[in-house]
Design a protein around this ligand. Sequence first.
Ligand code: GDG
Length: 461
Amino acid sequence: MPRLVVFSNRVPLGDKPSGGLVVALNDTMASQGGLWIGTETVKERSGNGPDALVNHPGATFERLAMGLTPEEQDGYYLGYSNSVLWPLFHGRADLLSVSVGQFTTYTSVNRRLAELSAPHLRPDDTIWIHDYHLIPLAHELRKLGVRNPIGFFLHIPFPVANGIRALSDNAEFLDWFSAYDLVGLQTQRDVANFIGAFRTLGRAELLSDGRLRFNNDFIQVASFPIGIDATGFRTAAEQAPELPEITTSAQKVMIGVDRLDYSKGLPHRLRGFQAFLRERHAEADRIAFLQIAPPTREDVQAYKDIRRDLEQLSGEVNGEFGDIGYMPVQYIHRSIPRARLAGLFRRADIALVTPLNDGMNLVAKEYVAAQDEADPGVLILSRFAGAAEQLAEGALLINPYDAASIADGITRAVTMPLDERRTRHAAMWSEIARHDNDWWTATFLQSLARAAASRRTSESF
Ligand code: GDG
């Protein structure tokens, strides 16, 4: 089997990953082995100098990291990746914060990563590049003569054509994708956006075999919904350590777990809960909402703003409905260990997963996997989470922009009879168990091998 070489912005070095990409790829690499290359921040470039990748032994796969200077971290990571591409891809052009030099740093970091990595590649490696930080990487590797199969997977939504128009350098942006043998996206929605954007902005032509003809090249694009280690997570939930009392026995527990990111719709979620409490005041103390929201990208202004909004709102809801011995919202702004998280999911009667826009959302899948199938909880899910394409049969789909829709979802969840909960859970579990993380990896890599082989054949004519 060819060796798998994965690239992503970050290589997991700690033991508490709380970002979807690292969680998912960690499972893949632990089972497949291979080489994982990424970046890490350094105060100053280490003794190795700018010309070396630093080896991090101690995992079942090989890990190499390129050091980023504070300026590179600013321009490439906080800047172009997370203040331009992230908001745009999530449909939030209003949050765009463009500064001079970001784009240049973004491309130069990608170029340097390609230059440092190329000597570590072997001719039979399969290369799999992940996410919006590294879109130009294949283009840079190709310039250095790398001819291996290279696939790309985007973990976040692909924007509509107008989103890309808000990028000042959009011509180059489309070109970057033609260096890949295969572009993988999370959902059909994203594939439709991708094709639409290339047709509108790049005059691409959609061929009958599904490929796009773009300039003199072909782009193969398809959806590969990311999965979780379903049985592993279920076992972790069953064996989770003892939990402290969250509530009194009369209460139901509702849980939310999200990086504190504006795409996750946390203030809208609290407004929805508030609307529920206002409507059903008499039973208000029967439900406790536990929101775990670990910090993320705290140096970006939009993230400081969302934190302030959320803290203000939870105070407001607790002030309105709290009582001695009852706090409706328990908000925790810290990352908690994964085993404990699994146990909390299992304990919770309802999960509230209400992003305004989300590539997939692994929390929705983890919650389902963690349930006791004899007495499962209810998943309330935003129609804008990628996971909604797979879980529509079992989840209660809501509109996160509408507080009444969220409140209605909570009411239905609280009153749902056991047999309906079981039927809905069974439909979701069978989808999640079948399309798990191993399925995702295998399907993507098989498609990549096929796409690369057919590209070589057409090139040789
Ligand atoms: C991106 C896309 C896509 C969260 N808090 C804690 C914690 N987590 C874990 C969750 C889950 C992961 O982090 C978050 O994954 P999501 O998928 O929900 O969201 P993003 O981080 O935005 O991920 C997303 C994903 O990539 C994969 O393609 O689904 O759409 O945005 O696994 O459980 N883990 C621990 N403590 C926490 O406090 N241990």
